[in-house]
Write a protein that binds this ligand. Structure first.
Ligand code: NAD
Ligand code: UGA
Length: 464
């Protein structure tokens, strides 16, 4: 029979582990939840008034549960030892070196956490893969756990991928489209699955809790992200055709999305998708396909990433072309550094590639983002620098959009922050040299209004 989960440990206090397990604590007052991390600064921040990640609604959830049944700690061993269910929610970035470099997932963090579970546990545990991993990773985890466990300790492994999107994490967690749990179809596998399903059933309707085999669950996560990203690459590919023909991508996407088989969501053309997962997970799927000797399948999915690179590059070139083929020494404002609105996360943000493109043309770039810290922007530029141009000399970071746009020959919208819609565009126009250009990489501004003011407006996916 399934156990009743009383204590949960979550290894990894990041964008997923933090919000996910904070919501579990809020919704399950009878379960004690301890979120652990090796990173002391991150844990200190979770225990402070200044949480390490910006996510609408998160502060309230944490404040309500913290100190009652929600704890943040660096004492990984203690939390593992006490728990009957452990989420492994550590980072699984793309491998930087060795076999599969540039494609395969780096499972080092996951394996270290797994090893630690085996070494520290003195009682049986349900171990849950929360991180996004290649198909059959649970097999490797089981081997590690069984090879290092103490007598009398049993480990059941579940896959429970996370589908939340940043910026809407809390509402996604409160009302998920589905919760997916994969297990071995053995008696004890099914019991473990039921134990976790019972945790979610505290607030998620039963018919939204899907239980499947382990490998299906692991593959579903990669498949879901690949298909979401594919929609964006499809619409971005069409945006290029729109620009060349005079069609309008918003009109096309709206009409296509009216077909209920396609659906209206996730068809917004953009400067390209960013975020820590889409590219990483697709490359992971590409690597998996290659390893399974399915080169045509690998090529198919790789094209989604290639199209995204093309879109970022195409947009950057369009800015240069429109500014009469040179931006050397010209001042350009980049509005938005986060990879989407309502997050401070900049991982794989298109803004970084676009800024680097402008820098390679020796422009002077002013950056503004309402949530990203100055320190983070410099870090992103340091990490991606080609050393061709000294970015410290050519980039400055502004405290407001108005300040960033002052004297700019081009204003480039990279992130769809709501506040950009309500800026005093007339005032901004006054402080710009003529002709003053706005490049709307998110199709979010009122084009007619800006043109009325005097701006020359260029948008993704529209020919006029
Ligand atoms: P993150 O980098 O924000 O957090 C991971 C945390 O794990 C870090 O704080 C790190 O210090 C900690 N960690 C690493 N090894 C550890 C160990 N051995 N012991 C204790 N702590 C350890 O990553 P994230 O964005 O939360 O992503 C985590 C996983 O979830 C990834 O596999 C990712 O693909 C997946 N995912 C992410 C999102 C998202 O929106 N960010 C959504 C769904 C799934
Ligand atoms: C995405 C998925 O939406 C989540 O379901 C998944 O759990 C998560 O990845 C993950 O595995 O990490 P996230 O990357 O946080 O979530 O945010 P999205 O809303 O998916 O946006 C990703 C990127 O696509 C952003 O740069 C966004 O601006 C862009 N996008 C999104 C578009 O360009 N057009 C769209 O129509 C939608």
């Amino acid at each position: 029979a399934p156990i009743t989960v009383k204590k949960i440990c979550c290894i990894g206090a990041g964008y997923v582990g933090g919000p996910t397990c904070a919501v579990i604590a809020l919704k399950c007052p009878n379960i004690q939840v301890t979120i652990v991390d090796l990173n002391q600064a991150r844990i200190d921040a979770w225990n402070s008034d200044n949480l390490p990640i910006y996510e609408p609604g998160l502060d309230e959830v944490v404040k309500t549960a913290r100190g009652k049944n929600l704890f943040f700690s660096t004492d990984v061993d203690k939390a593992i030892a006490e728990a009957d269910l452990i989420f492994v929610s550590v980072n699984t970035p793309t491998k930087k070196s060795g076999v599969g470099a540039g494609y395969a997932a780096d499972l080092n963090f996951l394996q270290r956490a797994t090893r630690r579970i085996a070494e520290v546990s003195t009682s049986s545990k349900i171990v849950v893969e929360k991180s996004t991993v290649p198909c059959r990773t649970a097999d490797a985890m089981r081997t590690i756990l069984e090879a290092n466990s103490k007598p009398g300790c049993r480990f059941d492994i579940l896959s429970n991928p996370e589908f939340l999107a940043e910026g809407t994490a809390i509402s996604d967690l409160f009302a998920p489209d589905r919760v997916l749990i994969g297990s071995l179809q053995t008696e004890s596998g099914k019991d473990a699955c039921a134990a976790l399903a019972n945790v979610y059933a505290n607030w998620v309707p039963r018919d939204r809790i899907l239980t499947v085999g382990l490998w299906s669950s692991e593959l579903t996560k990669l498949a879901a992200n690949a298909m979401l990203a594919q929609r964006i690459s499809s619409v971005n590919a069409l945006s290029a055709i729109c620009e060349a023909t005079g069609a309008n991508i918003d009109e096309v996407a709206f009409a296509v999305g009216k077909d209920s088989r396609v659906g209206a969501k996730f068809l917004k053309a953009s400067v390209g998708f960013g975020g820590s997962c889409f590219q990483k997970d697709i490359l992971n799927l590409v690597y998996l396909s290659e390893s399974l000797h399915l080169p045509e399948v690998a090529k198919y999915w790789k094209a989604v990433v290639d199209m995204n690179e093309y879109q970022k590059d195409r947009f950057s070139r369009k800015v240069v072309d429109t500014l009469f083929n040179t931006i050397t020494g010209k001042k350009i404002a980049i509005l938005g550094w986060a990879f989407k609105k309502d997050t401070g996360d900049t991982r794989e943000s298109p803004s970084i590639s676009i800024c680097n493109h402008f820098l390679s043309e020796k422009a002077r770039v002013n950056v503004y983002d309402p949530q990203v810290t100055e320190e983070q922007i410099w870090l992103d530029l340091d990490e991606t620098s080609t050393n061709e141009v000294d970015h410290k000399q050519h980039v400055s970071i502004s405290k407001s959009a108005i300040e960033a746009c002052k004297d700019a020959e081009a204003i480039v919208i990279c992130t769809e922050w709501d506040e950009f819609k309500t800026l005093d565009w007339a005032k901004i126009y006054e402080a710009c040299p003529r002709p003053a250009f706005v490049f709307d990489g998110r199709l979010m501004l009122n084009r007619a209004e800006l043109q009325q003011i005097g701006f020359k407006v260029v948008t993704i996916g529209s020919g006029d």
